[in-house]
Design a protein around this ligand. Sequence first.
Ligand code: HEC
Length: 133
Amino acid sequence: MTAQPLGARLLLLLAVLMLVATACSGGADDQVAEQDPVLVAKGGELYKASCAECHGSDLRGTDKGPSHLSILYQPGHHGDGAFQIAVLIGSTAHHWDFGPMPPVEGLSEDDVEAITAFVRQRQREEGFEPYPP
Ligand code: HEC
């Protein structure tokens, strides 16, 4: 993949996010789709290396970050664009008391797509935890 300037990538992500927000009003579509096993395997490795420190290798959170199996992170509420944004620019502390998430360096858009597929597959297989926990 060729490197895009950060601005272009951000604009694209914002467009994706707005689409997600528009699609978000229904709430009926809670079912998580089956994911590509190749992507899931790649994403699992990357998740272990880059995300598990805070989100837990079982995705259920640590004292540094929340569980990605929270109902909060179902596709209809935090779409795949939210994962790209969080990795690229981090996240303010707004749903939890862990403090902000810093940007995660060294991951391509494709890497984050694989990570997202891994998280979606786990959500599909294990179901969601209530929010607030
Ligand atoms: C240093 C700790 C830390 C690491 C490492 C980390 N996160 Fe986070 N992440 C957090 C915290 C804390 C929050 C919760 C922010 C809040 O909503 O209060 C969060 C929230 C998120 C969110 C939700 C953002 C939103 O829009 O509300 C996503 C998506 C996410 N993380 C994905 C990832 C992925 C993918 C990785 C690995 C590439 C990762 N995180 C690595 C700490 C971390």
